[in-house]
Design a protein around this ligand. Structure first.
Ligand code: FES
Length: 171
């Protein structure tokens, strides 16, 4: 018998984990961003199709690939639903808490899954404007909390990966 206690996921998370929306790569994406570490597991690839509509940049399509847990898949899935049809500026404003709320709540130890999803989105948006060589006035110069935390997590994953590798070497 397993001694692990199942996490209190609500039915919406379980449903999105089983039947995620917008999953898979996008061939004609305008921009793609990865957050997390492929070497260590938790990771999101986000694909955005951005078009100009009435002089505004609009996310006309969004898909994702996830190599994380159930909450990560559900967070990425709901994020793609939330940003489709929104201006890039509106998409930028979405916080990890908005995602958690939209999911009907996340267990505390799963907050980072939603932070990773927002980290991927904001990285994609920054990369898009870098590519366009413009900096809209609403885009902060400094990294936001979600972006900083995503970086921290990536550094930690990389550190753990190196530690694991050196342990294997000296076995
Ligand atoms: Fe790391 Fe969910 S993505 S636990």
């Amino acid at each position: 018998m397993s001694s692990r206690i199942p996490l209190p996921y609500n039915p919406k998370i379980i449903e999105l984990f089983r039947n995620p929306k917008n999953m898979g790569p996008m061939k004609d994406a305008t921009i793609t961003a990865i957050a997390g570490s492929p070497a260590c597991g938790d990771m999101i690839s986000l694909y955005l199709k951005i078009e100009k509509r009435n002089n505004e940049d609009v996310v006309v399509n969004a898909t994702f690939e996830s190599y994380g847990c159930a909450a990560n898949i559900a967070a990425a899935s709901i994020l793609t639903e939330m940003i489709k049809g929104k201006s890039v500026k509106e998409a930028w404003m979405i916080s990890w808490r908005d995602i958690a709320d939209e999911l009907g709540g996340l267990p505390v130890i799963k907050y980072h899954c939603s932070i990773l999803a927002v980290g991927a989105l904001r990285r994609a948006i920054r990369d898009y404007y870098k590519k366009m060589k413009v900096h809209p006035d609403w885009l902060p110069r400094d990294l936001t909390v979600e972006e900083k935390q995503t970086f921290e997590e990536e550094k930690m994953m990389e550190h753990l990966r190196k530690m694991r590798e050196s342990m294997v070497k000296y076995k």
